[in-house]
Design a binder for this molecule. Structure first.
Ligand code: UDX
Length: 425
């Protein structure tokens, strides 16, 4: 075996591409396969189809070690560790759709020399059922904890690396473990089912933390407390910690909504009613809609009102619009008879089809022109730098800002004559 183990990556979406590029950066030859020919062709020319900081640079820098292909045989010939990075979207029932994982297993043929290393987020029990169906295939669970917008950094400096394998796959588990050794992270070496649960439980816990602080925010609004102060005071308790206590317009993205639902469903399928997660999901859905009543409080009926949404992406530094609050808000505002205009530095075009009648603007200033209210949905840094007291205020019909992320400087806006509505303050 060469000094650095060659690696196969199956599915070159966001997780697969970050995984491929980072292992190449660590010195491995990486063979990455996707079924979409256009994607493989553009990646082979160094074009990265997603917005993820540091990723294009890494792909260019390691071009010699990164081999993109549509051919599964190329992976089977060149690598024994095959990282499965296909997506597992939710089905109508709320269960995870495993059809792409199934297709990957079919494509492996009957090889017993390879290990399937599962990075895709799968229900607890998936590893066991794959092993039952494909006797002899080694299986290692290796969930990812990458955040969009800082995925490269998260890969290179992980809080922990989780490797789950059962006794028959021990040798492969050690090889997977060895890949991460240069990163110096804490290792959690466990069984397959526990590794699968660590991933789902981590996301569900973080979502719970967000829904919790959002409810504290809502009650604070009623009782005159400031959730920012409350979160600071809570977060200094080491048992609680300061992260993921940012109140706002709800969580979105490709992971939390899907994984919370999947864990709730998984529990239900096994006969357990996971009450807490039911509430976490409901709180989040209501949180996305609370902005409407804040607008109505100041504007009365929204019929014919011009509302500007700043930010479409589910969070800054990504062009991902999956489960983004902006989409729910645009739909609800339209339902109330308002005219919606949106601006996002990178994500608006991606959402064009879902945004319906909303007008997509070329700049934040274009969006606020003649607006009755601005809703800050995504905390892109450029929104902080806008000339709120000058150009923005001059362009707006009514100086009303609903800051859905408590991101702007409330004092500055109020001093400039804005009516400011935050979340929980
Ligand atoms: C998440 C997990 O953090 C990551 O470990 C997992 O692998 C994939 O899912 P990601 O979806 O990229 O990552 O986004 P994250 O930064 O966790 O934020 C998720 C959502 O929660 C965003 O909509 C964000 O705006 C919201 N959020 C986050 C809050 O509303 N408040 C907070 O305090 C933190």
């Amino acid at each position: 075996m060469p000094e650095k183990e060659p690696i196969g990556v199956i599915g070159v979406g966001w997780v697969g591409l970050v995984t491929a590029a980072c292992f190449a950066e660590l010195g491995h030859e990486v063979h990455a396969r996707d079924i979409v020919e256009d994607k493989v062709a553009s990646l082979s020319h160094g074009e990265v189809p997603i917005h993820e900081p540091e990723l294009p640079e890494l792909v260019t820098k390691n071009a010699e070690r990164l081999h993109f292909t549509t051919d599964m045989d190329e992976l089977l010939e060149n690598a024994e560790l095959l990282f499965c990075c296909v997506d597992t979207p939710p089905t109508y029932s709320g269960d995870a759709d495993l059809s792409r994982v199934d297709a990957v297993i079919e494509s492996l043929g009957d090889s017993n020399e390879h290990a399937l290393v599962m990075k895709s987020t799968v229900p607890v029990g998936t590893g066991r059922s794959i092993k039952r169906r494909r006797d002899g295939l080694a299986y290692v669970a290796n969930p990812e904890f990458l955040k969009e917008g800082s995925a490269v950094r998260d890969f290179m400096k992980p809080d922990r690396v989780v490797v789950g394998a059962d006794d028959d796959s021990e040798e492969f588990a050690q090889r997977v473990q060895a890949l991460y050794e240069p990163l110096g992270a804490e290792l959690v070496r466990t069984d397959v089912a526990s590794a699968e649960m660590i991933k789902l439980a981590s996301n569900a816990f973080l979502a719970t933390k967000i829904s919790f602080i959002n409810e504290i925010a809502n009650v604070s609004e009623e009782l005159g407390a400031d959730v920012e102060e409350v979160a600071r005071g809570m977060g200094l308790d080491e048992r609680i910690g300061p992260k993921f206590l940012q109140a706002g317009v709800g969580y979105g993205g490709s992971c939390f909504p899907k994984d919370v639902q999947a864990l709730k469903q998984l529990a239900g399928n096994s006969g357990y009613h996971f009450q807490l997660l039911t509430a976490v999901v409901e709180v989040n859905e209501l949180q996305k809609r609370r902005t409407i009543s804040k607008l109505q409080k100041h504007l009365g009926s929204l019929v014919g009102k011009e509302i500007a949404l700043l930010g479409v992406a589910f969070k800054p530094n990504t062009d991902d619009v999956r489960e983004a609050t902006s989409l729910v808000l645009a739909g609800r505002l339209h339902g109330e008879g308002a005219n919606v205009r949106v601006y996002d530095p990178v994500a608006a075009e991606r959402a064009r089809a879902i945004l319906g009648d909303a007008r997509i603007c070329d700049s934040a200033l274009d969006a606020v022109n003649g607006a009755d209210a601005v809703v800050l949905v995504t905390e892109w840094s450029e929104f902080e730098d806008l000339d709120w007291g000058g150009e923005v205020k001059r362009r707006m019909r009514t100086p009303l800002v609903v800051d859905g992320r408590n991101f702007l400087d409330r004092e500055v806006l109020q001093a400039a004559g804005f009516t400011y509505e935050g979340v929980g303050r």
